[in-house]
Design a protein around this ligand. Sequence first.
Ligand code: ATP
Ligand code: MG
Length: 573
Amino acid sequence: MKWTKTLIQTLRDNPQDAEIDSHKLLVRAGIVKKLAGGLYTYLPLGMRSLKKVQAIVRDEMDKAGALEIVMPILQPAELWRTTGRWDTMGANMFKLKDRGEREAALGPTAEEEVTDLVKSVVGSYRQLPVTLYQIQWKFRDETRPRFGLMRSKEFLMKDGYSFDVDAEAADKTYWTMYHAYERIFARCGLKAVPVEADGGDMGDSQTHEFHVLADAGEDGIAFCEACGYAANLEKATRAASPAAAEESAGEIEEVETPNARTIEEVSSFMGLESSKFVKSLVYKADGKCVMVCVPGDRDVNDVKLKRFLGAKSLELADFGSVLDVTGANAGFVGPVNPSDKTLRIVADISLKGAVNRIVGANKDGYHLKNVDLKRDTSLSDADFADLIVVAAGDVCPVCGKTIVIKRGIEVGQVFKLGTKYTEAFKAVYKNDKLEDKTIVMGCYGVGVSRTLQAVIEYSHDKDGIIWPASVSPYQVCICLLDPDQAEVVKVSDELEAALEAKGIDVIVDDRAERPGVKFKDADLIGFTVRVVVGAKGLTNGGVEVKLRSEDKSKTRVVKPEDAAAVIEELIKG
Ligand code: ATP
Ligand code: MG
């Protein structure tokens, strides 16, 4: 392909709304162009890379035995009503009506759609297992679309769904997909780590997210470098011991703390460390107030709290409710003697046995000193659990070594769904005794467009993108320095043809531009291999070949007739 025959726009300036490097480079290198917030057009270069990522995903899915289909984006509301998700998906789902007032959604995912399909096609155990997948555009009205393709309103997802006869068979499929995912991301040039994640409304279901570690990642991940434990902070636990009883409890005492509400304010007012404080927050779990107490220097993990309470919904209580159940406004509430004596109180495990703590007095402007949680509150042993967000320095729940926290970009997720959807749809098969049995499901998502950008976030430098050969828009860029000299053009054309004959894709920068401009653009777009073909070079012995990832000093001068073989080796390596 000749540069002058394609449509490439590179930009010198970063887009105004870009916060992270990969977003800046996506736009500057002419991979995508923004239409509006969370909506992007894939330009010719971007389309080539996107198709390469898709091809890798498709190849691995096919090899894993999954069957490709494509289902409508426009999904009738009845499907979603069958599982109740028409109401519970909330504002994230784009809903619309057709001219006949029939309600529908732009698919944010497709569990309902695929279960409805399988219910009507599968009748016997002989047809199972079966795994179906599609690579289809998804729509989510994200609260905060940002970071380019990372969190957009319209994005390309590979979504796969497996159907098995029982949980044991479903487990086997799960791991087949898990390993396919490892290969997919490795082939895209990414190091993606599987981490344990929370099963969401699917309860304790097993699920792994695949994360590309990067400071720009939106998720926090707890890691143990000693044993390999890795979990999303939503799910991560720590080995926590009850508070050591190193001191004896003092007399409880009321202290006036005017205008000091936050832990920081109260601790600086009293001149004590924040860990001596108990942070007390009132939540509404399924509409009923509950107080949760954690050490003053730690944060409540809403996901773990919700699971511990067995609640379907969980949110912070409003000011009025806080006042009603405690007798004070937020900032002065605590576990000792709240005005509502039936208020359920729960606490983080590290507070079990804690003495001499400072808590809100349930009276505006006051705190209590020397609180012994056992002596002075209604907390019983069963009310303590691991309820805080794991932090660096916590103890690994598996091996007891120290946890570190990293940031990750979620590029994929594998999930055991059990029978949640198949029960709702009554998707059953007949076993060999002709009894009806509910099909057991799994689902498997890859953010194809997010993966494309994750490659850039993972692999770039100050000059631009560094594409791995597998997903580079063109694997080779020939910078043709003297497009007006027939001899030089001939060498370039022959090399282009020789590379294409080897199945390597090439772009020839044949623009009437200065070499500096061509080198800058080649670096910005980041084609895997750069070849310089120019009159001066040819008289000095040949063409110059270098990987984008290599320093200039590594440039090889190669005879034109050897160049294709050298480049092929570089790409393979
Ligand atoms: P997130 O937690 O980032 O919102 P999710 O867990 O809700 O994502 P899934 O339902 O697991 O997303 O979707 C499968 C994959 O689709 C994700 O692993 C991610 O790579 C991708 N994805 C999800 N939402 C978006 C989005 N708004 N823009 C781009 N890719 C997305
Ligand atoms: Mg996910």
